[in-house]
Design a protein around this ligand. Sequence first.
Ligand SMILES: Nc1ncnc2c1ncn2[C@@H]1O[C@H](COP(=O)(O)OP(=O)(O)OP(=O)(O)O)[C@@H](O)[C@H]1O
Ligand SMILES: [Mg+2]
Length: 523
Amino acid sequence: MIPSMAEMMTQVGSAIAGLMVAYAMFQNYFPYELRGPIRRYSQKLINFFYPYIQISFPEYHGDGFARSNAFTAIERYLNANSTTQAKRLKANVVRDSEAIVLTMANHEEVTDEYQGIKLRWASSETTPIASQFHSTPEKTRRGKAITVKERRRKLYINNKSEGYGYRRSMWSHVLFEHPATFDTLAMDPDKKLDIINDLLNFSKSKDYYAKIGKAWKRGYLLYGPPGTGKSTMIAAMANLLKYDIYDVELTAVKDNTELRKLLIDTSSKSIVVIEDIDCSLDLTGQREKKKDNKEEENDKKKDDEKDAVKEKMKKMEENKTSQVTLSGLLNFIDGLWSACAGERIIVFTTNYVEKLDPALIRRGRMDKHIELAYCGFEAFKVLAKNYLDVDWHDLFGTIKRLLEETKMTPADVAENLMPKLGGEDGETCLMRLIKALEEAKEEARVKAEEEEKQKAEKLAKEEEEENNKEKEKENENLANGVKENGEVNEAKTDNLENGGKENGEVNTENLENGVKENGVATK
Ligand SMILES: Nc1ncnc2c1ncn2[C@@H]1O[C@H](COP(=O)(O)OP(=O)(O)OP(=O)(O)O)[C@@H](O)[C@H]1O
Ligand SMILES: [Mg+2]
């Protein structure tokens, strides 16, 4: 007789209940010392028949608060590849991530294949994750790459050194959401491409750097006048590589030791930025001398741009408490920090490349020197496209000529191109730029003329002074001459007297000798 469904369920139910009672008895009454070996042997027996390899990846490890990197990477890997199979998914906005991350819910299972091996990924709640799968370094790496791609990036700023007590971090951070990209950066397209390739090449060269025995780091020096896009380029770099930025304010760093600590505390895949290196570094002694030179020079050339830099320097000087030295900085670039694993880019910016100590910018420390210059026509075209969505216009010819004739920073060009409130059209903005360029040109001409005039005046003044000096000298000589002549005359009379005497003597002597000598000579 075939038992009915209800009867079957009852039997299964009572069997399970029986097993549970047996298990409870086992737990309660079986001697503790014997439980371990029995479990071990029963596991061995199961393994004999069980054909699969099982690997568990706990979600939390260590002290139980840090989420395992492997787990996160696998989660992302499954999110991108296999979630189509699972019916129930968990949606999470994970810290540091831009996208919503979908992961399979507990007790879901997805299958996957890797190099002919079938994998079953399952997520379970009882142990943090009891999954049946097979993973490889390659997969973990792919997962990691996805993690980096979707990660929200941060801008770190070093805290002022005073009183970051026991727990306070040396860095504060905000989300980095600068919109600049290499597409929006106005500069010569060839130069831009070269930089992009350099960066991408670096980020892919882990093995190469290991092979040549160099730390996986690269230094860039960005130089050029204010407003030419140095800071903008750093943001574009970070956006291209998806790196974090550590903006080091050297004036807030107490000394070399603190600088070292700060830099060791930076994470991999980051850009360490030190802006205005010539102003913020108190390179004691040697630097002081250079500053004197700079001040002298600034006195000579007093155009606006220099004044801006001077202003900046003065400000830095005022709140300077830092004792970071050039050698401290160099040591960190070459030494300890380089031993920290992971890819890092270090960027220095300056308005005056020629003022920097050659030791700081030699190749190997600063591998690539990038000049950001005044706006050329190619750079202008990028701005026109970005700001006005204009590829070509009849006015471009005039603008090209004016840009060649006058210096204007991309910042100023951009400012003029930006449509003002009320929705100006492209042509109005281009006309405004032309006007501004013409004004700048005229201003530069007047300034040059003035400088020329000042120079000529200075030269004339110097010549006059020189002439005056000569005249004075002549007068002096003349005066001295009169005096000397007086003396000479007196001396002459003296001499005359003496001469009379001397001559008297000499003459007679000479006469005698002459006679003698002549006598001898004639003989
Ligand atoms: N090459 C450029 N391409 C696009 N925009 C630019 C460029 N240069 C400057 N700008 C614009 O001008 C502004 C100022 O530029 P940025 O701060 O990058 O200059 P900087 O070279 O860092 O100057 P400073 O030496 O004073 O730090 C930016 O907000 C940006 O909008
Ligand atoms: Mg800047």
